[in-house]
Each structure stands twice: as structure tokens, then as C-alpha cells.
Unconditional design. Structure first.
Length: 146
């Protein structure tokens, strides 16, 4: 395995499976993590998985990316719509970076339609449920090898 990425998950995503499952699905974060690791093995990409409810811990993890990883996938969860600090951290990263969401944030409440953090990434995938993670891995792999 030569290339390595990190998938960063923001607040409340540790509750997946129990939390508003009509929107976010029945899969737990652990199920999604396993699926991502399996896909990674198939395409020879090491996948690290990280979740925090704490903005500062997420920023620290983003700051590690340029030295420790070849790319970053982030689901900033509710911080998507509020965090200029996470946007600034993402902007500082030179490696490929993709934002993902389980739900289609553009078909939901008005306050979810603005993604502040997506201004700091190469691209955005949303609305495919847990498959947003899989599509994110495929997309980051293309960006890494381009
Ligand atoms: C989410 C969408 C956000 O608006 C929300 O706050 C989340 C999950 C998603 O994956 O669909 O926590 O990022």
C-alpha cells in the first residue's frame, strides 16, 4: 500500500444508525468505516477513519494531512454550515480534498444549503447516503493519481 487517505467525520456522525435514520440511513459509522476500508484494500489505498464532535480536534487532524496523508475526505456535518475555522484549515492543505455528505444538503432546510467548508475543497459529493463515502474514495483516488 503506498497511498494513504484520512476520512474525517464531524459532530453527531457517531450517532449514525440511531439518528434520524429516515435522512441518514440505518448504517452505523462503524459499518461505513468497514466498507471504506474494504474498498480501500481493493484499490490499494490505506484508509484512516476519524470522528470527533470537537471543532479543534477536527482542525488538528486537517493540519496533519499534508505531512501524513495523500488526500483527505471530510464530512464536516453541522460545521459545514458554520465553521470558517475548518474552511481556513482546509484552504491551507495542498493535498487533494473532497467534501461529502450523506444527505443532499441542497434539498433540505435553507440553513443547510450553504456549505462554507466546501469553498476549501476540490469537489463535493452529497445525497448518495453511505455511497457518498464510496464515491468520495473513488474521486480522491483519481485526484491523487492525476
Ligand atoms: C450531513 C448534513 C449536515 O447538514 C448535518 O448537520 C449532518 C450530516 C450529511 O452527511 O448529510 O450532521 O453532513
Amino acid at each position: 500500500m503506498n497511498k494513504k487517505i484520512v476520512i474525517i467525520n464531524g459532530p453527531n456522525l457517531n450517532l449514525l444508525g440511531k439518528r434520524e435514520d429516515e435522512i441518514y440511513g440505518k448504517a452505523t459509522l462503524e459499518d461505513i468505516k468497514k466498507q471504506c476500508e474494504e474498498i480501500g484494500e481493493k484499490i490499494d489505498l490505506k484508509v484512516d477513519f476519524f470522528q470527533s464532535n470537537n471543532e479543534g480536534e477536527i482542525i488538528n487532524k486537517i493540519q496533519d494531512v499534508d505531512t501524513k496523508y495523500d488526500g483527505l475526505i471530510i464530512n464536516p456535518a453541522a460545521f459545514t454550515h458554520s465553521s470558517i475555522a475548518i474552511l481556513d484549515a482546509l484552504r491551507a492543505i495542498k493535498k487533494p480534498k473532497i467534501e461529502i455528505h450523506l444527505s443532499n444538503i441542497y434539498s433540505r432546510e435553507e440553513y443547510r444549503k450553504k456549505s462554507i467548508t466546501s469553498e476549501g475543497v476540490d469537489g463535493l459529493i452529497c445525497g448518495f447516503g453511505q455511497n457518498s463515502y464510496i464515491l468520495g474514495i473513488e474521486a480522491i483516488n483519481k485526484l491523487i493519481y492525476n
